[in-house]
Design a protein around this ligand. Structure first.
Ligand SMILES: Nc1ncnc2c1ncn2[C@@H]1O[C@H](COP(=O)(O)OP(=O)(O)O)[C@@H](O)[C@H]1O
Ligand SMILES: [Mg+2]
Length: 481
């Protein structure tokens, strides 16, 4: 079954322009849609989503504006709607959820038999919590801290790695990989313990006996000095006697304190958290510099903000096979980006874990692909940062690698500048809708089309330039029934 875009504007008698990601001549399953506000991007995306649902694909639509409702030809709403809300979100995502390199069943078998072959070892060694730590940091950098410095990166690396240790994960021991996952709250608990450890560590907290001892000694020293000043006086013998008594007293008290110290030093003078860190194999000493502690404070405030957003808990959204519409329209832009990033990464990994699509035995959902991620207004996700490091890197990477694993990406944006060059060059299907004057030149250049072609899009709804093969054609999009 093909998706029918519509008839050629100039040659309506010819067969319509169609799209089918599973067809033999499709180079990749990706599509991009470009058009100004109100041009009909969302409408077109919804129709394509419906087509993909009819074609039996797994689909994740990220709804950033709250206007994605998919209807079938009878006008009935279809799909599984998942809503994240800014307060008390029922569902959350856990950034610590990681890819194990092999499907869970396979991992369980490897654990129970204790065997793994070279292929499995390779996959496992390139995944797991350690890799996830790098991913979380990459996503935080992209969405919250574009200017993250080396120190901050190191501290986050330590904190997130140690957060896994809090739940007894061991990076090189897959038998721990099915442990209960940590959460960002665990990171905050870790931070609290590090800070209380550092208070004791710096000796700012001392016990009662020690403080008494110090006070007494201070008094004794003052006493001794005034006695020594009186030695020139007549009652010299008397003064010497008192000095002798005082010195004996000091000797006794110092002796007692040394005894007390011998018996109590290890117990009293050490943070109660020391054992907690030791039990988990966490080396807390690495945090014990002024710089590190200051950076921890700064990073903790970001992590706090994430936790406060209420969407980073571990109640997983009820994803179903088929069409899923994830409404995150009520959340902060940075949180939206974070969620979409983590989610796309997860979808990509679950596709990758199954191996090369072409070699899969049962392609019940299509010859070339079976999973789609759809993002409307992708600018909101990709960001507009002029950061030299490609701000689109994650989407970009998914786009370039996903095809081989049967995953397609469909993105819509208002301006050609919102698409990474990679998308413009490689996305097999491209649609240009009504383009505003402001974006006219950039669209023309980016897509390599002439003025007359582009002007066609400006004459009413449904006038689109569509490319499903080599070049763009003027198409009259078919009306929805
Ligand atoms: N092909 C079309 N024919 C007629 N009306 C359309 C068509 N496509 C979109 N519209 C209407 O135009 C308006 C804006 O469409 P929408 O898809 O929300 O645009 P965008 O997402 O690009 O801002 C909607 O009211 C929609 O019903
Ligand atoms: Mg829209």
């Amino acid at each position: 079954m093909d998706y029918i875009f519509g008839k050629l504007a100039n040659r309506p008698e010819l067969p319509p322009i169609v799209w089918n990601p599973d067809s033999r001549n499709s180079l990749n399953p990706h599509m991009l849609i470009c058009g100004g506000s109100g041009a009909g991007k969302t409408t077109l995306l919804l129709r394509i989503a419906e087509y993909l649902a009819m074609s039996n694909k797994h689909i994740f639509i990220f709804d950033l504006k709250g206007d994605m409702v998919v209807k079938n030809d009878n006008g009935e709403v279809i799909g599984n709607y998942i809503e994240f809300t800014a307060w008390n979100s029922k569902y959350g995502i856990n950034p610590f959820e990681f890819d194990t390199g092999v499907p869970e069943e396979e991992l369980k078998e490897m654990i129970s038999t204790g065997n793994m072959n070279d292929g499995q070892r390779f996959k496992v060694q390139n995944s797991g919590p350690k890799v996830q730590v790098e991913r979380i940091i990459e996503i935080i950098k992209k969405n919250f801290l574009p200017n993250m410095g080396t120190n901050q990166k190191d501290i986050l690396m330590y904190l997130f790695s140690d957060t896994y240790l809090c739940k007894d994960f061991k990076y090189d021991d897959i038998t721990t990989w099915l442990n209960e996952l940590p959460s960002l709250e665990d990171t905050l608990e870790l931070v609290t313990r590090i800070k209380s450890y550092s208070n004791n560590y710096n000796g700012t907290v001392i016990d009662e006996q020690s403080s008494d001892f110090i006070m007494n000694m201070q008094n004794h020293i003052v006493g001794l000095k005034s006695l020594e000043a009186r030695l020139e006086e007549e009652d010299k013998d008397e003064v010497e006697k008192v000095i002798k008594e005082l010195k004996e007293k000091i000797e006794t008290e110092v002796g007692e304190y040394i005894e007390y110290g011998k018996n109590n030093y290890t117990k009293k003078n050490v943070s109660p958290n020391k054992e907690w860190f030791e039990a988990r194999g966490i080396n807390v000493e690495k945090y014990m510099t002024k710089d590190a502690l200051r950076t921890i404070d700064k990073m903790a405030s970001y992590i706090n903000a994430l936790v406060d957003s209420g969407v980073f808990h571990s109640t997983r959204p009820p994803v179903k096979s088929g069409l899923n519409i994830v409404n995150i329209s009520g959340l902060d832009v940075a949180i939206q980006r974070f969620i979409v990033d983590v989610w796309i990464g997860k979808v990509f990994k679950s596709c990758k874990i199954r191996g090369t699509y072409a070699e899969r035995p049962n392609k019940t959902r299509g010859e070339k692909c079976d999973t789609y991620v759809i993002v409307d207004e992708s600018k909101l996700i990709a960001g507009t940062s002029r950061d030299k490091n490609d701000p689109f890197s994650y989407l970009n990477r998914t786009a370039t690698e996903a095809r081989g694993f049967g995953m397609g990406l469909i993105v819509a944006a208002q301006s050609a500048e919102h698409f990474p060059a990679e998308f413009l060059k490689n996305f097999d299907a491209q649609v240009i809708l009504n383009t505003g004057i402001a974006d006219f030149d950039s669209v023309r250049k980016s897509f390599g089309i002439d003025k007359a072609m582009l002007e066609y899009t400006q004459h009413g709804y449904g006038n689109a330039l569509v490319k499903t093969g080599r070049s763009f054609s003027k198409v009259k999009l078919i009306e929805k029934l």
